[in-house]
Design a protein around this ligand. Structure first.
Ligand code: ATR
Length: 273
């Protein structure tokens, strides 16, 4: 049988096994997908084990997405630009690091009919935010304001985009050109652990046009406070399930070549909800 893994710490509550097992079944492939708890000090050995015959590769999650880079043989341009790998592809003993979070987000935004002709606001400044900025700038070709609790991290993220093209700026909510914004992507982990007590950023929702979309990468709960706030202001809002499903679809396609529809992954997520 073919094998693929998730390496994460913790790994127990991952939704990835359900998605990839459904994909193997749909594609008619005999395959196994297992979530393995890999502590930081075990990552290098765990990656070495991917070089065995029959192993397709692995997904990486917290805390390995950035740490894995030096141990891989090659990176795709997206993974290199974002500085984070969520999918390792094994072929003939070689390991390539790919980032399917970014194209996964792009596909989810397209499914949600996200307006692309506008300034984009990204909330957060970690690896997930870099994937969102990559999508906004490189795929959608839009200027980006990066809003983050710690402004210095937003400045650092913005400064890393040095190639000619749309602008990436760190901004406080008061500095965002709200009249030009029709897409906000939440890539911050704020509120994941303590939703009730985390203040929402001071976004000027009333100044956004009504076709604007708030895309929250969070999917638990399905309706976040940020989404509820956006809807109250008459905006559209989506949770991160679509991105989760699409990043898995793209990883599965990279491993197997099988083009399994995103609905298979979404159904597996629903079944686990
Ligand atoms: P990831 O790689 O998943 O993006 P990360 O690098 O830990 O994770 O980044 C988490 C992001 O969530 C950061 O932007 C962080 O803000 P800081 O840079 O100020 O730490 C943001 N974040 C986490 N908890 C937060 C909170 N309680 N309020 C506001 N922002 C928070």
């Amino acid at each position: 049988a073919l094998r693929a893994y998730l390496y994460a710490d913790p790994a127990a509550h991952s939704l990835s096994p359900a998605m990839h097992r459904a994909a193997f079944a749909h594609a008619g492939l005999r395959g196994e997908y297992e979530a393995v708890r890999v502590p930081p000090e075990g990552l290098r050995d765990a990656l070495e084990r991917l070089r065995q015959p029959g192993v397709l590769g692995a997904n990486l999650s917290l805390p390995h997405k950035e740490a894995a880079l030096p141990d891989l043989d090659a990176l795709t341009p997206g993974a290199r630009a974002i500085g984070a790998v969520n999918t390792v592809i094994h072929r003939d003993g070689r390991l390539t690091g790919e980032n399917t979070d970014a194209p996964g987000l792009l596909a989810a935004l397209r499914d949600a009919n996200a307006p692309a002709q506008s300034h984009v606001v990204v909330l957060g400044a970690g690896g997930a935010a870099r994937a969102a900025v990559y999508v906004a700038r490189e795929h959608l070709g839009r200027d980006v304001s990066v809003v983050n609790r710690t402004r210095a991290r937003a400045e650092e993220l913005a400064a890393a985009w040095t190639t000619p093209g749309p602008q990436v700026r760190a901004a406080d909510p008061s500095e965002v050109p709200w009249d030009e914004v029709s897409l906000i992507v939440n890539a911050s982990s704020a509120g994941l652990s303590n939703p009730e007590q985390t203040p929402l950023p001071d976004f000027d929702f009333p100044r956004l046009s009504t076709h604007a979309l708030v895309y929250d990468m969070v999917y638990k709960p399905r309706e976040t406070r940020l989404m509820a706030e956006a809807r109250r202001a008459g905006l559209r809002a989506e949770n991160g399930l679509g991105m989760l499903a699409h990043q898995a679809r793209l990883a599965f396609a990279a491993w197997t070549g099988a083009d399994v529809p995103v609905g298979v992954f979404l159904e597996a997520l629903e079944a686990r909800a």
